[in-house]
Design a binder for this molecule. Structure first.
Ligand SMILES: [Zn+2]
Length: 418
């Protein structure tokens, strides 16, 4: 997950505050809160076990199988793994709609990464231990508390360990969940746990679209084939034009040419050159506009280079061509200002005396948010750092605040009878 600066929010919701306070005082809920404090050693064990199983993008099967076993141990019903590798377990309630709690199980680390997961005092260290070991542990902690404390929630809970959140996974796991009629038609609210912390709520999905632009030409000798069209010159012209595309400050929109490659040697006219481009915005319309500008810039650069080459009187007409390949697509979206899920989590934060900022980020929540569904992404409590590095760490202190926050949010969304 990637964060950007907070969004200002205001307002309180007295009836919801009362409901959250009532739920927080129920004996079953208090028992669950006690469970969160007494079972910390178990949560650490789950977190370390999960982090010790490699789960690179497209290689999450072993960690998924481990998670399915944990769901079975916890007595969840209907435990199943779908064809892309998402793992589901249900805690039954009443009614057709449900509340989903999900955590991505993939990491950014290739399968060959040494997973030296270790504990020193309250700290856990190692790749993936926080992102998303903390999310997986939180999901299991909440499932275990609900079952142990026998909390009679109304709407069913669906627990999901999903694949493909990171990098080239491109949200494929969550995309598949919301393309499957059973889940798409039943999940009313999605609470997504990504990483550590209790101080944020992601309610806006930062969209991104990524492209590889490849330009190919005949190539040749720098002296004897002079005038042959050059892919590197085409790319340069395209970058010059595209980088001048105006972008609005609000909705915040960005463009980046992050990688360029190409050429053979200093005395060769290159046969190919490529660049990788990243477009981001909270508005899909802005991303569409930037994509159009990119394509126009490349086409015009090609035309200009081919015209220039023809003017050189190169013997046989030789041309450069381009290909624009989509290498990533994360849809943008945001919660409606009156979304219930946001009011609920703010009331929960008020009840717990927790301070949290509403943020915009790219997470699994992009998928439900882009479909107009209610979804938020939060942390699994504790503290974490060094995400996506081998020095990643998680500190268990304060984990129970994050767990109480998630549980109260889910119970308020689902409803709990008097
Ligand atoms: Zn993550």
């Amino acid at each position: 997950m990637e964060l950007t600066p907070p969004i200002e929010m205001s307002g309180s919701y007295p009836p919801l505050l009362e409901e959250v306070a009532r739920l927080g005082g129920l004996p079953e809920v208090r028992a669950a809160f006690d469970w969160f404090r007494s079972q910390e050693a178990q949560f650490v064990e789950w977190q370390m076990e999960a982090a010790r199983i490699a789960a690179p993008p497209f290689g999450e099967a072993a960690r998924g199988a481990w998670l399915a076993d944990r769901f079975c141990d916890l007595g969840l019903s209907d435990v199943q793994t779908d064809k892309v590798g998402n793992v589901f377990g249900v805690h039954p309630g009443y009614g057709r709609r449900s509340v989903a709690l999900s955590a991505h199980i993939d990491t950014v680390f290739p399968a060959s990464t040494p997973l030296n997961i270790r504990q020193q005092g309250s700290r856990l260290y190692g790749p993936g231990v926080s992102d998303n070991g903390a999310g997986i542990a939180a999901m299991l902690a909440v499932a275990s508390a609900i079952r142990t404390a026998r909390i009679p929630h109304a709407l069913p809970f669906v627990f999901i360990g999903n694949v493909g959140e990171e990098g080239e996974g491109d949200l494929r796991g969550m995309r598949h969940v919301f393309a499957t009629p059973r889940w798409r038609d039943s999940i009313a609210y999605s609470v997504i746990v990504d990483g550590a912390g209790s101080d944020t709520v992601v309610a806006e999905a930062l969209g991104s679209r990524r492209f590889e632009v490849i330009v190919r030409g005949p190539g040749g000798h720098s002296w004897s084939d002079f005038g042959t069209p050059s892919p590197i010159i085409v790319l340069s012209r395209a970058i010059e034009a595209f980088s001048q595309t105006p972008v609005p400050v609000s909705p915040k929109t960005t463009l980046n040419v992050g990688v360029i490659r190409g050429g053979t040697s200093v005395n060769s006219i290159p046969e190919s050159a490529s660049m990788r481009v990243d477009l981001r915005s909270t508005s899909m319309a802005e991303i569409d506009r930037l994509e159009h500008a990119l394509r126009v810039a490349v086409e015009r650069a090609i035309e200009a280079e081919n015209r220039a080459s023809a003017g050189h009187g190169v013997r046989k007409p030789q041309v450069v061509q381009s290909e624009v390949v989509a290498i990533g697509n994360r849809p943008a979206g945001e919660l409606a200002v009156d979304a219930r899920i946001l009011k609920v989590i703010r009331a929960v934060d008020a009840q717990l005396g927790n301070t949290a900022q509403v943020q915009r980020a790219s997470t699994d929540a992009n998928i439900p948010l882009s479909l107009g569904r209610e979804a938020v992404a939060v942390g699994g409590g504790g503290l974490g750092g060094g995400a996506h590095t081998l020095q990643e760490w998680f500190d268990c202190n304060g984990r129970d605040l994050g767990l109480r926050r998630i549980l109260l949010t889910m119970l308020t969304l689902a409803g709990v009878g008097e």
